[in-house]
Design a protein around this ligand. Structure first.
Ligand code: HQG
Length: 179
């Protein structure tokens, strides 16, 4: 089983295009795990897929991207579906980090961090992880240090994705320092 490929397919279905899999996604991002399985079965490459493979990805992928409960599964962050995934606002750690391409810095200084194609801005609890994220777009990414506690105290909403990923609606440039 190609678990990396499976994880990518699960991310695509649960974050970006549940309708392509005829999945009903609720306002918190949950879908029925059996519906996801049956829908994957329609593709030849996933015809042998079992629930335990999906659970394996949930429990063993390099980042905690998904969550399962009794009958349901959801992505914890990363969504771009048109329907807003509802998250409970929560006080963030004092400092968070964001890794990005150097070529975006002038726009970020001007406009702050915006969600772009996703529903929320994604922030990391540690600088190593942020730099890894930035490396997707630049071999020598920029590290942004976010004064998240001040932003929160001044009314910017934050939400927890998982233990390492935090989400925010928007980060004004006054809370961003370039590391
Ligand atoms: C940039 C991965 C210009 C922003 C990671 C980023 C993450 C601006 C890009 C998760 C801007 C959006 C999300 C502005 C923001 N002007 N550029 N004003 N504001 N940007 O992929 O944070 O591995 O949507 O810096 O770990 O890179 O898939 O967001 O470069 O947690 O589980 O616009 O995806 O998770 O890119 O990554 P993305 P991201 P997974």
């Amino acid at each position: 089983m190609d678990y990396i490929r499976l994880s990518k397919a699960m991310s695509y279905a649960l974050r970006h295009a549940p309708w392509e899999y005829e999945l009903e996604i609720d306002e918190h991002g949950w879908v029925n795990i059996e519906h996801l399985l049956y829908s994957f079965h329609e593709e030849k490459k996933w015809s042998e897929l079992e629930i335990k493979d999906i659970i394996y990805v949930v429990e063993n992928c390099d980042k905690k991207r998904f969550e399962v409960d009794d009958k349901r599964i959801r992505a914890l962050y990363g969504h771009s579906v048109p329907q807003k995934i509802i998250k409970e606002p929560m006080q963030p750690p004092e400092i968070l980090y964001h890794g990005t391409a150097k070529r975006f810095l002038s726009m970020i200084k001007e406009k702050g961090l915006i969600p772009k194609g996703r529903q929320y801005v994604h922030l990391a609890v540690d600088s190593d992880m942020a730099l890894q994220v930035g490396k997707r777009r630049d071999d020598h990414p920029a590290l942004l240090i976010i004064n998240s506690r001040d932003a929160w105290n001044e009314g910017i909403k934050f939400y927890k994705g998982n233990e390492k990923v935090w989400l925010a609606d928007f980060i004004d440039s006054q809370y961003i320092e370039i590391g």
